[in-house]
Design a protein around this ligand. Sequence first.
Ligand SMILES: [Fe+2]
Length: 270
Amino acid sequence: MINLLFIGEIVGFPAFEFVKENFNKLVDKYSSDFIVVNGENICDGKGITEREANELFDLGTDVITTGNHIWENWMSKPLLKSNDRVIRPMNYPPGNIGKGFTIVKHKILDVNIAVLQLQGRMFMQTIDCPFRCADNVLNLISNKYATDIIIVDFHADATSEKVAMGWYLDGKVTALLGTHTHIQTADEQILPKGTAYITDVGMSGPYDSVLGLDKKVALNRYIYQSAYKFVPAKNDTRICGVCIGIDEISAQAIKIEKFIYPEFDKMITL
Ligand SMILES: [Fe+2]
């Protein structure tokens, strides 16, 4: 069995330090042998550079996914160009820098694993259709590469679009994992045809915040409806993710477990 560890969007440099400090602990806890990290927001909400990517690869990360904010950091573009294991959503118009999927050999087993990233269109840029893009890439992967294990990071805002994609890809991919909204959802499940699914993996970042953004800045944006500079929050950092057990013969998911580290205190003192 392959144990995939997927670490949700890292938001800000303090959270990046926290992830690095606790990376091995999580890998050991979940016996992870394939690791995907969403690094879209490491540079205080805007992209990832070669330095952070190399640190994640040195820790044992296999693939880094990103998202819509990757384009806001000019230093991310050379990284997308030079490193095949850092991917961005596939369905941006042709001609953009970078790749939307990558194939990586498992560290121990003689299997290849494809990681694909797609982006939704509801409440986001009106880029190419993620559903048709998924069809095209899955055809390409099955015709050209010897792999049936396919992990998809679906970076989308609308829960309805993510659920729809889950049904669309059930049985065609091993896992369909939602990112972008930063709030972990409680609907992790194995869909009927064997695809692991969660609407959003959640944020690895400061929870004393509004999705990683300083609370005062976020409130000003809502109350005054004008622009305020992005200021990352710093406190109450937690790591969100999922661990997925994959049968390497059938390429189907056997289990999915979500986690928040450290967990929220759910006790109420009356
Ligand atoms: Fe995003």
